[in-house]
Design a protein around this ligand. Structure first.
Ligand code: MLT
Length: 325
């Protein structure tokens, strides 16, 4: 018995030592963060800013790889299948929760395929149009879309993307379905909106603020509870006549299931530092968003958020009855 206790104690001591040695040497090479949408879009923009700041803290390069398609589910699947060694991560947004219900055949089990690093930011959406689109305000837009529903086009980043979710909410709110055009991300969709190939988009301020301020697209509303400092002339959707039309696009960092807790802890601490980095704070503000508070940049907070959001959106999506196979 004594021998058994002694060996268990030795095993526990070795495990603790291995854990702390691992925490000290990790990371010792480049970390890749998969963005499940195209380069140049809002998720990409947020990830690159955070990755740069985390690189400084971790002392290793944190690089971004874009794996777009199927509303973010292809990139998420890539990370679900990756080695849980702390060197492949995923930065995804609210679509992680909505796709769990929207996709009948998802290649991974959302709640069991990932470990958690922490929340990153919560970005407001904007309803925007090509710059020469006729309606001048949200009320005019609603009337125009109702009268022209067969010819108006709305860009999105595929089923499960934030732009898809916001578009569905808009169509629902005005009781008028209209034509959607899917892209691998709203980066390329923005190019087409600026070029006038598509009429409308509902997308994050992290992709639209610069274009709105530069006058290359037109803004009808923000989906935040109050107007944004960076876009003071853009009315909230509520002010514009859509009561309750509020949506924030939360983002989080995930790792494949089975990643060592010491590595998740190291990453989470690094994320917390990155979210206080001067450049991150300043650039986020210019893009109409804010870093998540430190208490939310933790594995527990992201896990709770994901679970809560899957439960929140499930009945909404089921009531809409629109699924992807
Ligand atoms: C979305 O619609 O979910 C995002 O805009 C995707 C992206 O980052 O391109």
């Amino acid at each position: 018995m004594k021998t058994l206790i002694a060996s268990l104690a030795t095993a526990a001591a070795i495990a603790m030592l291995t854990g702390s040695a691992m925490a000290e040497s990790y990371p010792d090479r480049t970390i890749t963060v998969i963005v499940p949408f195209s380069a140049g879009g809002p998720t990409d923009t947020v990830t690159r800013l955070v990755a740069e700041a985390m690189s400084k803290d971790l002392g290793q390069q944190v690089i971004v790889e874009n794996v777009g398609g199927a509303g973010g589910t292809l990139g998420a699947a890539r990370v679900a299948d990756a080695d849980p060694d702390g060197y492949t991560l995923l930065l995804h947004h609210i679509g992680m929760a909505t796709s769990a219900t929207l996709y009948r055949k998802l290649a991974y089990d959302t709640l069991n395929a990932f470990d958690y690093v922490g929340l990153v930011t919560d970005v407001p959406m904007t309803i925007v149009a090509r710059k020469d689109f006729e309606p001048t305000d949200l009320k005019g837009l609603i009337d125009y879309v109702k009268a022209n529903k067969d010819k108006v086009t709305l860009a999105n980043a595929g089923i499960g993307a934030a732009s898809h979710l916001c578009g569905m909410m808009f169509m629902n709110a005005i009781q008028t379905p209209f034509v959607t055009v899917p892209y691998k991300g709203t980066g390329p969709a923005m190019t087409d909106l600026v070029g006038g190939q598509v009429d409308l988009m509902c997308d994050q301020t992290t992709n639209t603020t610069k274009q709105i301020l530069g006058g290359t697209i037109k803004a009808y509303a923000v989906t935040s509870p109050a107007r944004l400092d960076v876009l003071p002339t853009v009315a909230t959707a509520e002010e514009g006549g859509l009561p309750g039309f509020q949506v924030g696009i939360w983002h989080g960092i995930y790792a494949p299931k089975g990643t060592a807790p010491e590595k998740l802890d190291r990453l989470s601490k690094s994320l917390q530092k990155a979210l206080k980095d001067e450049n991150v704070v300043a650039r986020f503000a210019e893009l109409g968003t804010k870093p998540s508070p430190e208490a939310d940049a933790t594995p527990a907070a992201l896990k709770a958020k994901l679970e809560g959001e899957i439960a929140r959106w499930k009945p909404v999506i089921e009531a809409a009855g629109q699924y992807a196979d």
